[in-house]
Ligand binder design. Structure first.
Ligand code: TYD
Length: 209
């Protein structure tokens, strides 16, 4: 049991997560929370090194199993070193991607299957789950074009459109399976509209400011 709240934000590449993450941070601070903003893969010194291995364009030979375990390893370190201690201190932890990303990208995108990836991640997180997850919903093609236009493609973004369609499908299935936790937001709306919708969804888990 912990006193804080654990919020994750998910979505295909180019869904506009970064913009909304900073908005959510401000919203939570206004509500009186001390906010820890973090991301995956990464979030710790060890995790950032694992991130470099994962996103390196030269690592074309990386197997799907290795990829899955590296994401999970980064996550295990993150949970133990950063997330759980912050939650114990009563902070709001806002994490850019978490287990749902692995289920969508490795489970569906890479085809390892959601069950295996879920099991590996239960081990990695010791069963920690977000209190609420914001899923920014965008057509994979639109998202990819946005992502490429803003920062150039990393190893995962270079995957074919088919891969990203499977990732998207993975997210849709997750949203269907966990409607109480995962709140789907249409990411084609304006930044302001999206922020307002997110605030509405978060109202159910934040204390009154
Ligand atoms: P990043 O540059 O952080 O992408 P974004 O800004 O879209 O979040 O790169 C993270 C990449 O790693 C992204 O393509 C999604 C992928 N990923 C997985 O495949 N599995 C995972 O478990 C996580 C956390 C990310």
């Amino acid at each position: 049991m912990h006193k804080g709240i654990f919020i994750t934000i998910e979505g295909p590449d180019g869904s506009g997560k970064s913009t909304q993450v900073s908005h959510i941070k401000g919203f939570l601070e206004k509500k009186g929370y001390e906010v820890l903003l973090t991301r995956e893969p990464g979030g710790t010194g060890i995790g950032e090194k694992i991130r470099q291995i994962l996103l390196d364009k030269d690592h074309k030979e990386m197997s799907a199993t290795t990829e899955t375990l590296l994401y999970a390893a980064s996550r295990a370190q993150h949970v133990e070193q950063v997330i759980v201690p912050a939650l114990r201190e009563g902070k709001a932890v806002l994490c850019d991607r978490f287990v749902d990303s692995s289920i969508a990208y490795q489970g569906k995108g890479r085809g390892l299957g959601p069950e295996a990836v879920t099991d590996i991640n239960k081990f990695a997180t010791q069963g920690l789950e977000p209190d609420i997850t914001i899923l920014l919903d965008i057509d994979p093609e639109v998202g990819l074009n946005r992502a490429k236009a803003t920062k150039g493609a990393d190893r995962l973004e270079q995957e074919k459109l088919d891969f990203h369609r499977r990732v998207y499908e993975g997210y849709r299935v997750l949203a269907y399976m966990y409607p109480d936790r995962i709140k789907v937001i249409d990411a084609t709306k304006t930044v302001k509209e999206i922020s307002e919708e997110i605030e509405n969804k978060l109202s159910s888990v934040v204390r009154k400011g």
